[in-house]
Design a protein around this ligand. Structure first.
Ligand code: PLP
Length: 380
């Protein structure tokens, strides 16, 4: 087959003049840090998700950290999570002196397996941290049932799941602490940024206190005209707030979310139609009553070598990625907690065979068809 000339990027950000102009306007406004645009972004985010409160921070990593901190996770505690995730999901557990207790994933959805969760609960368990892998919601009914039965907190890593739905409700609307990412590869971006949603106003107020030095809430405006110079330090807070420059991008991106996710869905459906016909690969099998945010399109190879397949795709000018190298195979987690190869066979089997195909709103049907042809070409 004929090789395309331009490299097809894996997941570039979808930025238009609207986002660019919003940043320029912010720069000209004289207010760059957290201020009116962050608060507007939070308000619109809550409306979109269908939750009471949203708290903007500088990354999803910060969102996860603050959510665990506010839940009282401490030295010696255990938090149950998936090894099939990005480093930050488990790193933040370690930041609080707690232990990430991994459990294996479901072979169809690649999400944490509720059955495995129950077997990992000990007296030290304080929280469950599920990740909605690729934008496919976890079995939250079952996870919530387990959490309620054992009195555990649930913090959701929804870095992939903006716009995803479970039983016709958006992820983030449930009332759990739910953490979103606006990193450039995610469904919407602010450059860097994150958001925590909750239905508990007291918790939201506490999160807002901790994200900015632990100083009383109007303190962000202490440099504006009429702003108060006096403030109280109520807790040794952190510096994890979002800036107005980032929020300006986020407001525009959020206005475009329907269009952006719809484009992803079209590419996702085209891939599914073409690739489900191939015997040499397997696809993620979505659960019922969910709508994905179509963040990733992973394929599993049955008999071909994954690494040479990726080389073949690169040779055809197609960007791909691997989500994720299981955390229990990483040097730090092995050394610190004694995890080893063989601990989580499903995650390891999938890791050995998985590739994420390019999927983003700027892709055309022609691009996706080219990817499918290249796959058939490489697999013979
Ligand atoms: C991207 C990602 C994060 C981290 O998001 P940041 O905003 O970069 O901190 C966390 N969890 C998962 C599953 C991710 O993919």
């Amino acid at each position: 087959m004929k090789k395309r000339e331009k490299f097809l990027d894996f997941s570039p950000p979808a930025i238009t003049d609207k986002e660019i102009n919003a940043v320029v306007e912010t720069l000209k406004s004289g207010w760059l840090s957290m201020g009116p645009r962050v608060f507007e972004f939070e308000k619109k985010f809550s409306e979109y998700i269908g939750c009471r409160c949203s708290v903007a921070v500088n990354s999803c990593t910060s969102a996860l950290f603050l959510s665990l901190a506010i839940s009282g996770i401490n030295k010696g505690d255990e938090v149950i999570t998936t090894p099939f995730t990005f480093a930050s999901t488990a790193n933040v557990i370690c930041h609080l002196g707690a232990k990430p207790v991994f459990c294996d994933i479901d072979k169809d959805t690649f999400n944490i397996s509720p059955k495995q969760i129950e077997s990992k609960i000990t007296k030290k368990t304080k929280a469950i941290l599920p990740v909605h892998y690729g934008g496919q919601p976890c079995d939250m009914e079952e996870i919530q049932r387990i959490a309620d039965e054992h009195g555990l907190v649930v913090v959701e890593d929804a870095a992939h799941a903006l716009g995803a739905e479970l039983n016709n409700k958006r992820i983030g609307a449930s009332g759990n602490l739910t953490c979103f990412s606006f990193y450039p590869t995610k469904n919407i971006t602010t450059g860097e940024g994150g958001m925590i949603t909750t239905n508990n106003k007291e918790i939201a107020d506490r999160l807002k206190l901790l994200r900015l030095h632990g100083i009383s809430s109007e303190a962000w405006s202490r440099y504006s005209r009429g702003g108060k110079w006096k403030y109280d330090v109520l807790a040794p807070g952190y510096k994890l707030n979002m800036s107005d420059m980032n929020a300006a991008v986020g407001i525009v991106q959020l206005e475009r979310i329907k269009e952006l996710n719809q484009k992803r869905e079209e590419i996702y459906n085209l891939y599914t139609r073409k690739l489900s016909l191939l015997n040499a690969i397997e696809l993620q099998k979505p659960r019922e009553n969910i709508k994905s945010s179509y963040h990733l399109f992973p394929i599993l190879l049955k008999n071909h070598n994954r690494d040479s397949f990726i080389d073949g795709m690169t040779e055809m000018n197609i960007g791909t990625s691997v989500h994720f190298i299981p955390l229990h195979l990483q040097p730090f987690y092995q050394k610190e907690f004694g995890y080893k190869e063989g601990d989580f066979p499903v995650a390891e089997d999938i890791y050995g065979r998985i590739i994420s195909l390019p999927i983003h709103p700027m892709m055309t049907d022609g691009d996706a068809e080219y990817v499918c042809e290249a796959i058939m070409h490489i697999l013979g």
